[in-house]
Write a protein that binds this ligand. Sequence first.
Ligand SMILES: Cc1cc2nc3c(=O)[nH]c(=O)nc-3n(C[C@H](O)[C@H](O)[C@H](O)COP(=O)(O)OP(=O)(O)OC[C@H]3O[C@@H](n4cnc5c(N)ncnc54)[C@H](O)[C@@H]3O)c2cc1C
Ligand code: SF4
Ligand code: SF4
Length: 1024
Amino acid sequence: MSNQSAHPGVSVERSDERSNYDYTSEAIEQPTLVSELRERVDGDVRFDTYTRQMYATDASAYEATPIGVVFPISTADTAAVVSYCADRGIAVLPRGAGTSLAGQAVNEAVVLDFTRYMDTIVSVDAPARRARVQPGVVLAELNDTLASDGLKFAPDPAAGDRSVIGGAIGNNSTGAHSLKYGKTDAYVEECEAVLADGTVTTLGETDLSDLREQADRDGTLLQRVYAQVIRIVDDGSNEIRDQFPDLKRNVSGYNLDVLVEEAETGTINLARLLAGSEGTLAVITEAAVSLEPLPETKAVSLLFYDSVLDAVTDVQYVLEHDPAAVELIDDVLIGLARDTADFEAIASLLPDGAQAGLLVEFYAEDASHGRSQTAGLLTDRVSDDATSTDPPSDHPETEQTYSFAGLEAHSESDREQFWKLRKSGLPILLSRTSDEKHISFIEDCAIPPEHLPEFVDRFQSLLVEKNRAVDAAFYAHAGPGVLHVRPLVNTKAVADRQDMVDIADAVTDIVVELGGSVSGEHGDGHARTQWNRKLYGDDVWSMFRNLKTAFDPDWLLNPGNVCGDHDMTENLRYDDEYVYDAGFEPSLNWENENGMQGMVELCHGCGGCRGSQEASGGVMCPTYRAANEEITTTRGRANLLRQAMSGDVPDDPTDDEFAEEVLDLCIGCKGCARDCPSEVDMAKLKTEVMHARHQEHGATFRDKLFANFDTLAPFGSTLAPLSNLALSIPGAGTVAEMTLGIARERTLPSFRRETVQDWFETRGGSHISKDDAERRAIFFVDSYTNYCHTDVGKATIRVLEATGTHVQLAERTDSGRPALSKGFIEQSRETVESNVEELYPRVRDGWDVVLAEPSDAVMFQSDALDLLSGDAVESVATNTYGVCEYVDTFRLDENIDWEPVAASIAYHGHCHQKAIKKDHHAVSVLRRAGYNVDPLDSGCCGMAGSFGYEAEHYSLSKSIGNILFEQIEESGATAVTAPGTSCRTQLSEERLETVTAKSSLTGTELDRDEPPTPVELLDHCLPR
Ligand SMILES: Cc1cc2nc3c(=O)[nH]c(=O)nc-3n(C[C@H](O)[C@H](O)[C@H](O)COP(=O)(O)OP(=O)(O)OC[C@H]3O[C@@H](n4cnc5c(N)ncnc54)[C@H](O)[C@@H]3O)c2cc1C
Ligand code: SF4
Ligand code: SF4
């Protein structure tokens, strides 16, 4: 295969003239530079304030505003930028996904972002196990493509679902399986690179003798590089061998140990010098990488210990068993897992007293090989009776044991549970909204495994001495000796910053003494460059600097990193000069530490919101997935919001431009609240800003219209079918667009003359008497269900009654959701107050509250608590359910004798229900009713309430929808179901064959052209 770009159809919406956004701000820095660069490149050149500020951060604690950002589309573009900047003494920074943890992806430079256009897999030669790729190819997407050939790019950094090849080479990345595969450098065969003067060259395998011939200290830039390389090989080899630690993983400094080792063979690969160079030597525009076969299967063991010290002491003996990965889990992570509902399954297996664990993974030829490997490990490292499988006769044996219990996992789902435990901690560590954060600065030391116990012991003592031992989790890749430790530091405080330096200084002393490295995988950047001189000594430090000067005579490529002058306390994102002023008082409840400010400052930049649907799954962040623009990620929004509230962006967050470019495109799906490891809740932040904006500038008529649907709907219903006719006459769409800004392509909901409330009254109320009922439920019929989607309401009542539930309808139909989604916080609060007033007495009397529409159910269950406090609202929230959740939670369907329909259904859950982890119930009930359900790992449908109706958002909404449509088409299911009204509207407009409900499926032709809801499918299977 060849020439695959990950984003073939991106930016469709930009051709829609109605879109009032262009992802940039009007304020442009250095317009001359912009126009001159635009003359030279075909890609985008953006020097506006928003773009610059978004690229001022990565996943580290650092911030440096770049001069501007260029998105090259070719090597020629890249060379043009580098050469232009070289002529003017302007710094350049190549960048991938910006997931670096030490600040190596931020600088005061012209940033080259390769992820937008230069993301093509150029070719794959499966028999030769080689791929040629552009630097912006996401690792997971490359591996997805390679999987069909049974191959993979082996280094597996944890952020590989969004980080790219350029970044992997830049940082010399590696992952949990480095014991087997080593680092990225081992897989870099050749790089097309732009040198500091703009020359394009190919670096790869070269005979040392050829290099000698071409080397010329007065020649071209490349010849001078050759000369310097020869000099290092000739004069520095011994010093390099002495000074470089003997480790599986060391990414501090330049890769001179590999150079020297290769030189012994007479052939060196100069492309491998770029690995770990952090963009300081050359800019990679294409790379040839070698590939590894996928393992046939795997097996995993978990060993448990009384202490972290015991666990790390055992590592050296575990390594004798030739595992692919050995990962440490400490007491902090085990404690967090025990206390978190999500880890219930694995937590129940953890033995009492476990204070630490080692996760040990084996690659195996087949299942029995896997079992035999875990058996060998458990027999040796725990006890003879720790496994029921016979161990191989020649398994390693060491008399002294440290582990007191062990588990093994062989099925994929069991193995995933074990890995989940290993990965459990970081999100929880990173969701602190306090000023103290678990920042990365000394989190990446690599130590020879036999010295790990001493290192851990001394590090722990140091943290105790500094009073920072609490919650400083020890985890990561213990096999190759890499430990991630993130003490809590408040960089806003001068004293803490001094502590940070003191700790780093003391820890690096220990590292050097024990023959370790300051960085095992995360790199030098702003955080660690200053320790490289201590680590390697003056001579090697000089070699680094000479090599840098040879490649980049004016030190313009990502200056300051690796062997530069970065000081770890400078350019911190938060320091004592940081001032926060939102410009308005928050109106919602913020229970977290530091309130709204804590949430504004929460995003740590990991780039998790940049993952594609295929690579990352989940909901976050649908707008990035559709638009491929940083400003449409949660990170982009969070960065800009924080910067607007702290003065780095001059706009007030309630300004028109800020609203249009930064926040309007957030569709409020709450995907981030669930999927972001820090649980950044952008939807809630957006609501606050919209509310403040309404207060300052007033609200639009359209916003008021959507917010007040419940007031208008009764008129629509009373006048139906006339009201519907008015909306369907030719030209009505255009008029709606011109007058209200509602996209002409959209069909507005049509009203039913007989509402659900009318129907219920006419049929004489509930058919299950209160006295005979198993349960009593108030069905809160939301406005759209009551006035428009009456079939859904009727089906809900029938299904509830089939479960033996006595049903009564709430008097009110407005949940408060429409007003809240448009930022009318006070209006929504009043509505919720009235609802709670109506429902609380019933809830106190033992009634439950049930809703059909997911976003309205979540309004009661979650958002209401942002608006009100106290027992009444909490009690209503606790006793409210979506209809399928209700049936599933109490297993109310157990007594129903379903009449199953042999149908396969793709299920698209609602993002709001996903956000509070309640979307799985429908799948369980539908399966019990006999349907063959394929639950899609889908994001948002793109409608997001009224968003998709808005003319300026129509195209983006459709682009988001396309991701879902593709998933539906790829599903083997013959029909689709979706509980959300807006999702069904979006799906119905696509007219996919699989989307519309078939009469053969539902038994009765739906009188609307959209998919059925789960509750309608259940209704159809009720015994008649
Ligand atoms: C949650 C989390 C987990 C992580 N886990 C791991 C892990 O397990 N192992 C690991 O190794 N790292 C890990 N990292 C760090 C980081 O994700 C990796 O180093 C990753 O490979 C960086 O890729 P990127 O695309 O984000 O690159 P960026 O951060 O954008 O850039 C990285 C460096 O490469 C340089 N660079 C980028 N493109 C080019 C180019 N075209 N030419 C020359 N130089 C270039 C940049 O200048 C920069 O110095 C983790 C980060 C996070 C946030
Ligand atoms: S919003 Fe969350 S996922 Fe995105 S970068 Fe920030 S912390 Fe990471
Ligand atoms: S609410 Fe949805 S669209 Fe908005 S930032 Fe979060 S994930 Fe993205």
